[in-house]
Design a protein around this ligand. Sequence first.
Ligand SMILES: [Zn+2]
Length: 125
Amino acid sequence: MLKITRQALLSALQGAKETHPNEFICLLRGDKQGEDWLITEVILTPFASYDKESSSYSPYFIPVGGNEIASFHSHPYPNTAYPSNADLQMFSRTARFHFIASNPYRIQDTNAFNSKGEKISFELV
Ligand SMILES: [Zn+2]
């Protein structure tokens, strides 16, 4: 089961709100705990481009540490919390889990996916 602390998800969503109508991106740090993965921390990526014209994924957007286990990004447009084709390629190359939030960036506007782009459930803790 994928778990994320309420505080970590809310701070990512806050970033999405503040960056709207541009796209917001961050990485999420966490650890494996028994059978579960627990995300506890948001990491702002210094190289992320908040430009709605270009794709969000610069070559720098690659987790380097061992515990950047997930990505998060917003979808101002199209307003859907499902991955684009570019997202699916990025998902398979980078982190283990990926979150996408659509406008207006509430918890219920957020979906989680595995690296294959399959929607997975997550639990707030
Ligand atoms: Zn996307």
